[in-house]
Design a protein around this ligand. Structure first.
Ligand code: NAP
Length: 444
């Protein structure tokens, strides 16, 4: 039997496990996760009101429940308290790292660290009940928010900021986040792109959804749209559809609504300005298209008032101690999923997902990516199985103080979340801190 460890139980980890077991009946897979809960960004990144995308958990679940797959939660690999990568390598014939892109990209402008300025990932983690997320008082005293970036994460956080309690209550959003969002005095969200509408990264489906939010007006400045003289008809389908939606909104008469999302373009953030020791506005430089999809500065500036700034400019991979890392791309160097050390494939070490190809694409993009890596593992298998590994690595993990949370522990967490929901008169409500999750996992 080929024993494989997959590190990370998000979509790329689950799809890798699935591909391995489907292609070869002689493979056993342990899927390790540092959290006691599986599903990675499907649980901790997909917004709570996107129930359809969240329902993908159902198909990931069938992978983790397969008889030749085992979920081992609460196992951290790398870092000061984690299992060293080299030790993990000794416990399995092959290790596939599917650890995603765990941090946010930086803007690199003055004022980025001011109180009231957060990465979108911090805000997403909070409303998704990630146990590492803190309740940072994101919305205290906030009337106007600026979201920097025009990708799908920016759309998610802008939408969550203006969603009403009645719409969020049926979701699994943690109670504290629901209460905070419900009590917020925010009336305006500015979502700002440094390039033009045709270069925006959001998908049309996600964009359109903004226009259907109850009690929310979406506005687009005609002047921003007019800055790009290009012919939208000449654009590829996806950006053309985005531009059509935006033009439609720009042509609409203003409608009074309690909350407003204002989409802005051709504005590059240059500084976050302080008022009373915390963020009070964002200074943008007006940009102009350069005719090649990029922009140039114009030397004209505009300040947008905001007591909350969410920097939504993309994720970034972080180095895992003991694995090579390319700081320029934030990924692990690889060839067809095989980790490269000094340009040479390192036997038994693989990557899939965002840590392999960077933080782009939708959940389904991970399928072909995982398949490629699984094919590499299986083609290397005859050489890999020659190494002796323990029949079961769990005793070796326990010997170094790591007691994995098994699938039963996760099922117990699910029950506790259902019970909490029913106590609160809601459906499932997520548990939001380590102690509660681990205590729930022990009730088996
Ligand atoms: P993204 O799609 O890469 O968008 C990042 C945005 O930040 C772009 O508008 C980019 O503008 C802007 N940006 C980057 N650096 C900047 C800077 N220094 N100053 C100002 N703006 C800057 O990243 P994302 O939104 O984090 O999404 C990550 C991936 O997850 C994407 O593939 C996304 O589709 C996916 N996702 C999907 C869903 C969904 O399907 N519902 C939901 C969430 C996320 P430029 O283009 O000018 O660089």
């Amino acid at each position: 039997m080929l024993r494989v460890a997959v590190v990370g139980s998000g979509p790329s980890g689950c799809y890798t496990a699935q591909s391995l077991i489907q292609r070869d009946p002689g493979v056993l897979v342990d899927v390790l996760d540092r959290l006691p809960c599986p599903f990675g960004l499907v649980r901790y990144g997909v917004a709570p009101d996107h129930e359809k995308i969240k329902s993908l958990q159902g198909s990931l679940r069938t992978v983790l429940e397969h008889e030749r797959v085992r979920f081992l939660g609460g196992v951290r690999v790398g870092g000061p308290d984690g299992l060293p990568a080299a030790r993990l390598r000794e416990l399995y014939h092959a290790v596939v790292y599917c650890v995603g892109a765990a941090t946010d990209r930086r803007l690199g402008v003055p004022g980025e660290e001011l109180p009231g300025s957060w990465s979108a990932t911090e805000f997403v983690s909070w409303y998704s009940a990630h146990p590492d997320a803190a309740d940072a008082g994101f919305l205290r005293g906030v009337r106007s928010a600026v979201v920097i970036g025009v990708g799908n994460v920016a759309v998610d956080v802008a939408r969550m900021l203006v969603r009403g309690a009645a719409e969020l209550r049926p979701t699994d959003i943690p109670q504290a986040a629901l209460d905070t969002l419900a009590a917020s005095g925010l009336t305006e969200v500015h979502m700002v792109g440094r390039r033009g509408p045709a270069q925006a990264r959001f998908t049309t489906k996600e964009l359109r959804e903004l226009g259907a939010l109850p009690g929310v007006e979406v506005t687009v400045d005609k002047t921003d749209l007019a800055l790009d003289p290009g012919d939208p008809g000449a654009l590829p389908a996806a950006p053309r559809r985005n531009v059509e939606v935006l033009r439609g909104w720009a042509a609409q008469p203003s409608a009074a609504a309690p909350r407003r999302i204002r989409l802005r373009f051709f504005l590059r953030p240059v500084e976050l300005l302080a008022v009373g020791g915390r963020v009070g506005a964002v200074r943008f430089e007006r940009t102009a298209p350069d005719g090649r999809g990029g922009v140039t500065g114009t030397g004209r500036y505009e300040d947008v008032p905001a007591q909350l700034v969410l920097r939504s400019v993309g994720y970034r991979g972080v180095p895992l101690e003991g694995l090579p890392f390319d700081p320029a791309s934030g990924t692990v160097p690889h060839r067809e999923g095989r980790v490269l050390r000094d340009g040479v494939p390192s036997p038994g070490e693989y990557v899939a997902g965002w840590i392999k190809r960077g933080p782009t694409g939708v959940i389904g993009t991970n399928r072909p990516c995982a398949k490629e890596t699984a094919a590499a593992v299986l083609s290397d298998a005859p050489a890999l199985v020659r190494t002796d590994v323990p029949a079961d690595p769990v005793p070796a993990l326990r010997a170094v103080g790591v007691d994995p949370v098994p699938w039963d522990g996760w099922l117990a967490i699910e029950r506790a979340e259902a019970e909490l929901g029913s106590r609160l008169g809601r459906s499932v409500v997520k548990l939001a801190d380590w102690d509660t999750l681990l205590a729930a996992a022990r009730v088996r």
